[in-house]
Design a protein around this ligand. Structure first.
Ligand code: NDP
Ligand code: 8X3
Length: 273
């Protein structure tokens, strides 16, 4: 006769779903001065993390420090500059030598919504330098330390634009497809190490500066992007980050794609000349 044990009997007692850090762990969040980065920093601080929030606008970071308190540490950083990233590395080594345990590569931007044939080459360059090269530079500098310390997690902020093409997405979508495939490649290279890699791919999210930047400061057009759309909020993305980061160490969340209920895929188009 086979004896069936309840499933719970075979599980170790410490198998809790959420792993809030027992001692303060250190997260480095890029693009922390606005939008997702601000919300991610707030959510991580609430979850017990010490957060180093990095971006170019020091005044914004200092205001966020006032809001979030002493567990939020502002760090001026331009991910497109080797010198600035080297300074960030030195700053982390001096002030947080045991970290970062978590690197959230969130800094990024889109510029322009027009077709490729009318695009501004400088906009393309800036997107590639920030979203692809800047993100790679951060990983290049901070990954070896994670391996040496025997713990770490890289969470990249990709986009549905890296999964599905849309008119005007051209280079922005290309950079986010890079982030997706780079994330997969990192996971492959980290085989046999405890370091985790996650790519988070949001669709339409309001409440950030994203469209204002993309539309070169045109507030009316930027507001219209979200009109009556019931778009996601930065807090929804932050929740995905915290959830992925708080899984038990054996769990690697590879990808999270999240879209508002109001957004769907529309398939292909046929041009009838
Ligand atoms: P925001 O424009 O609100 O925030 C972008 C952040 O990136 C700012 O904090 C900005 O800070 C920082 N940043 C930009 N360039 C640099 C740089 N060179 N070095 C360091 N920091 C930089 O946009 P979101 O919060 O909406 O976007 C965050 C990420 O999410 C981006 O990667 C974006 O592509 C992605 N995303 C956005 C979606 C959306 O619908 N909003 C959907 C899917 C993905 P500062 O100017 O102070 O440097
Ligand atoms: C931002 C989402 O759809 O504007 O990455 O490209 S979308």
């Amino acid at each position: 006769m086979t004896t069936h044990q309840p499933a719970s009997a075979s599980r170790p007692a410490q198998d809790t779903r959420r792993q809030t850090p027992a001692s303060p762990r250190i997260a480095l969040v890029t693009g922390a001065s606005a939008g997702f980065g601000h919300a991610i920093s707030a959510a991580l601080c609430r979850d017990g993390w010490t957060v180093v929030g990095a971006a170019r606008r020091a005044d914004r970071l200092n205001a966020i420090r006032q809001e979030l308190g002493p567990n939020f540490h502002p760090l001026e950083l331009d991910v497109t500059s080797d010198t600035s990233v080297a300074h960030a590395v030195a700053h982390m080594a001096a002030h947080f030598p045991d970290g970062p345990d978590l690197l959230v590569n969130n800094a990024g931007l889109a510029l322009g919504v027009g077709p490729a044939q009318h695009a501004d080459m400088q906009d393309w360059e800036r997107m590639i330098l920030t979203n692809a090269l800047g993100l790679s530079r951060m990983v290049h500098h901070f990954l070896p330390g994670m391996i040496t310390r025997g713990r770490g997690h890289v969470i990249n902020i990709g986009s549905t634009a890296g999964n599905y093409a849309y008119p005007g997405g051209n280079v922005y979508g290309g950079t986010k497809a890079f982030v997706k495939q780079f994330s997969r490649g990192l996971k492959a290279d980290l085989h046999g190490t405890p370091v985790r890699v996650t790519n988070i791919e949001p669709g339409l999210v309001g409440g950030t500066e994203f469209s204002l930047v993309r539309l070169h400061g045109d507030e009316a057009k930027a507001t219209a992007v979200y009109k009556d759309a019931n778009a996601l909020l930065p807090e929804d993305v932050a929740e995905a980050v915290v959830w992925a980061a708080s899984q038990p160490p054996r769990v690697n969340i590879s990808t999270i794609e999240l879209m508002p209920v109001t957004q769907s895929l529309a398939g292909t188009r046929v041009y009838r000349g």
